[in-house]
Design a protein around this ligand. Structure first.
Ligand code: DAH
Length: 334
């Protein structure tokens, strides 16, 4: 009985001086458990006489209650301290700079392609695409380009091995006109965008792989003024309302008459593409009755269109895929 206050104060001390949860937890069994000093005293009570047992039992029970309470109190204090420390250590500073991955984006050529498709969809045209590997007959003969035409020579055209396959990498998107007329009855209102190939060296103004967009309209009563009006509309959508177009007489085997379309943009005349009234020979080849139907066609280069509109002096900028170039067109990256 006389040792009890000393034991109690030693245990309380141990509880109060525990500085971490682990520390306190490791002492739990000797402080409050069944094997604790006070538990052992309780267990030995049976050997005492009744009066002594009652006195000591009460005192020990009270002491154990106090200690259990103190233990709980200290335990939750240490728990709260641990939580605060964890919150502090794991704090996220949302203002710190991070490694940013540039997000992807569409190439300027794809963007202008989409833009053109939207411009013509709005006035009722459909977009059709043809293969890049094309039958020589569709790329040349059906377009009234004879076998001895200079465009067919080895210098301009990529022929596919073996030569008897009569396949070429299309040199323009015009074979898509033929494919459309062969597979659809007029009225026809289409644009045909796509990649085209010519055996040119890559330099500031040439690239062996480039892109064109072809336009084709076949309907009753189509005249040159419809062509002019359509090109005016297209040019204004592409270059702004102030742009002016003009047609300059020219020659293409697949159109008669033929013209170059120029635009007056940024203070000068610039050649934009070719156009004309679809040659009745071509209509005949495609089974279109030229007494009933007439039509116009046009074709322009997309790289050239981008270069004019965005003041790009070197076509290689467009084909090389340097992000510093593409970013100006809204392609991802910071
Ligand atoms: N196919 C021509 C070229 O690649 C461009 C062209 C000119 C297309 C006149 C046309 C057209 O449809 O009518 O150079």
């Amino acid at each position: 009985m006389s040792q009890l206050p000393e034991i109690v104060s030693r245990i309380k001390n141990a509880i109060n001086s525990a500085t971490t949860l682990e520390d306190l937890r490791s002492q739990k069994s000797t402080i409050v458990g069944d094997k604790s000093e006070l538990a052992k005293i309780s267990q030995g009570l049976g050997q005492l006489d009744a009066a002594e047992r009652a006195r000591l039992g009460k005192a020990v029970g009270q002491a154990r209650g106090e200690i259990a309470e103190l233990f709980e109190k200290r335990y939750s204090e240490l728990e709260r301290a641990r939580d605060l420390r964890v919150i502090d250590e794991e704090r996220v500073d949302v203002t710190l700079p991070t490694h940013r991955h540039p997000s992807g984006g569409l190439h300027p050529l794809t963007l202008i392609n989409n833009e053109i498709a939207e411009i013509f969809t709005a006035i009722g045209y459909q977009t059709v695409e043809g293969p890049e590997l094309e039958a020589a007959w569709l790329n040349f003969d059906a377009l009234n380009i004879p076998a001895d035409h200079p465009a067919r020579t080895m210098q301009d055209t990529f022929f596919i091995d073996p030569l008897e396959s009569n396949l070429v990498l299309r040199t323009h998107t015009s074979p898509s006109q033929i494919r459309t007329m062969l597979s659809h009855q007029p009225p026809i209102y289409v644009i045909c965008p796509g990649r085209t190939y010519r055996s040119d060296e890559l330099d500031a103004t040439h690239t062996p792989v480039f892109s064109q967009v072809e336009g084709l309209v076949i309907d009753r009563g189509i005249s040159m003024s419809h062509l002019k009006g359509t090109l005016d509309f297209f040019a204004k959508e592409m270059f702004g309302a102030e742009v002016v177009t003009r047609l300059r007489p020219s020659f293409f085997p697949f159109t008669e008459p033929s013209a170059e379309v120029d635009i007056f943009f940024n203070g000068r005349w610039i050649e934009w593409g070719g156009c004309g009234m679809v040659n009745p020979e071509v209509l005949k080849t495609c089974g279109v009755d030229s007494n009933e139907f007439s039509g116009f066609a046009f074709g322009m280069g997309l790289e050239r269109t981008l270069m004019v509109r965005h003041n790009i002096s070197d076509i290689r900028e467009i084909v090389e895929g340097d992000l510093r170039f593409s970013k100006k067109f809204g392609m991802g990256g910071r």
